[in-house]
Ligand binder design. Structure first.
Ligand code: NAD
Length: 275
């Protein structure tokens, strides 16, 4: 091919988020970390959030800054505490200049029948998996709307679309998060701010890795059988999604190609919710 006729990939096409500031909650591990890496790769400056070893988090920040040439800070705010969430957004705005991208990803799980589900666990799951997103959104929306650009990506779950037994709080919170996402999309429809939910099935993270060993022990079966017959029982493609796939998808939802995509709850579940 003649070089002059070759397609030209401009810097903005390769790194579409240069100059944007992003908060990713729960990004010291798993899906949140995968999304943070992808956003940094696309040029966004980051505020990471989540728990973990202080030295390991400092190393993570340094590595991301060095690898992608972006600014990375960390907030240890507890997503179950509204006043800590508010302080995180104030601090993030000071560090990033503007919060243009918000990814609500922090989440926890507890499995028990409704009648023996600990009420304190219910409250904790609702606060981290649902109410935290309300608090981050209400803090960042005025700035996004006034600049007429913003991206809100809420990491829900296939359990935001369908139910499974013994996961009452998780399913209720994730359905609620999908609802909140849609309301924000409608309220912000003319402002240039989009609000979307991503609904993963099983994703390969340290959390899932640990469940394989636990389930293998409790069922007395091998790891391969746990993966196929227990964890991926309802996931027709019989493979885990990866954190890299979720990172790529999030960058797409933040890119100009997704300007008209708002209010969706997008399954990333290998066909699970097609049943
Ligand atoms: P993970 O346990 O690997 O990571 C969770 C992150 O949230 C960590 O960084 C942790 O420190 C942080 N976190 C937990 N409690 C917090 C709190 N109170 N305040 C601040 N941060 C807190 O989990 P993951 O598998 O990566 O899951 C991330 C999100 O994706 C969750 O919302 C989860 O419900 C959702 N999800 C996961 C899967 C899966 O298969 N892994 C599937 C569907 C949805």
């Amino acid at each position: 091919m003649d070089i002059a006729a070759a397609p030209c990939r401009t810097a903005s096409a390769v790194r579409p988020l240069v100059g944007k500031g992003a908060i990713v909650t729960g990004s010291t591990s798993g899906i949140g970390l995968g999304i943070a890496r992808a956003l940094a790769g696309a040029g966004a400056d980051l505020v990471l959030n989540g728990f973990g070893d202080t030295a390991a988090i400092a190393r993570l920040r340094d590595d991301l800054e060095r690898e992608f040439g972006v600014t990375v800070t960390h907030s240890g705010a507890d997503m179950s505490q509204p006043e800590q969430i508010e302080a995180m957004v104030v601090e993030a705005t000071a560090k990033l200049g503007t919060v243009d991208i918000l990814v609500n990803n922090a989440g926890i799980q507890h499995v028990a029948p409704i009648e023996s589900f600990p009420p304190a666990k219910w409250d904790q799951i609702l606060s981290i998996n649902l109410s935290a997103a309300f608090h981050t959104m209400r803090a960042v929306i005025p700035g996004m709307a006034s600049r007429r650009w913003g991206r809100i990506v809420n990491i829900a779950s296939a359990h935001g679309l369908i139910a499974s037994p013994f996961k009452s709080a998780y399913v209720a919170a994730k359905h609620g998060l999908v609802g909140l996402t849609k309301v924000a999309a409608l309220e912000l429809a003319e402002t240039g701010v989009t609000s979307n939910a991503v609904c993963p099935g099983y994703v390969w993270t340290p959390l899932v890795e640990k469940q394989i060993d636990d389930q293998a022990k409790s069922h007395g079966i091998g790891r391969d059988q746990v993966v196929r017959d227990v964890l991926l029982k309802n996931q027709p493609n019989k493979r885990f999604a990866t954190v890299e796939e979720l990172g790529t998808l999030t960058v797409f939802l933040c890119s100009p190609g997704a300007d008209s995509i708002t209010g969706i709850a997008l399954p990333v579940d290998g066909g699970w919710t097609a049943h």
